[in-house]
Design a protein around this ligand. Structure first.
Ligand code: ZN
Length: 115
């Protein structure tokens, strides 16, 4: 846990602002490694989310294409799997954007630290 320089309360290591008083939380020797690990972790999460989004896009496209071939697959099953895949694409993209936003904030935090 990091300590807020203004109010002295314990705040999460990756906090950018103190949740109690709103003061900016700097980077200290104690939390810099944690922040670097968190950035690496978020980068992996971004990659996985993007791979998922691409995979599910192809899956949805394939399912909608298969709907024309009733002999291969029941069109309703294909439709449902296709819709579920589209929902999965949206969730993956939201996860990607959230991880990217959080990583940018942490990178900003590291930038302030080096000033
Ligand atoms: Zn505070």
């Amino acid at each position: 846990m990091a300590t807020c320089p203004r109010c002295g309360r314990k705040v999460p290591e990756d906090a950018i602002y103190c949740p109690y008083c709103g003061a900016r939380i700097g980077v200290t020797k104690e939390n810099i490694e944690y922040i670097r690990e968190k950035i690496a972790e978020l980068r992996r999460a971004e990659t996985i989310s993007l791979i998922m989004a691409f995979f599910l896009t192809f899956c949805a496209g394939g399912m909608f294409a298969l709907m024309k071939y009733e002999t291969i697959v029941n069109p309703y099953v294909a439709l449902i799997v296709g819709i579920v895949s589209v929902v999965g694409v949206v969730i993956s993209l939201i996860a990607w954007i959230r991880a990217m936003t959080e990583r940018k904030e942490l990178l900003e935090k590291l930038k302030w630290a080096s000033k």
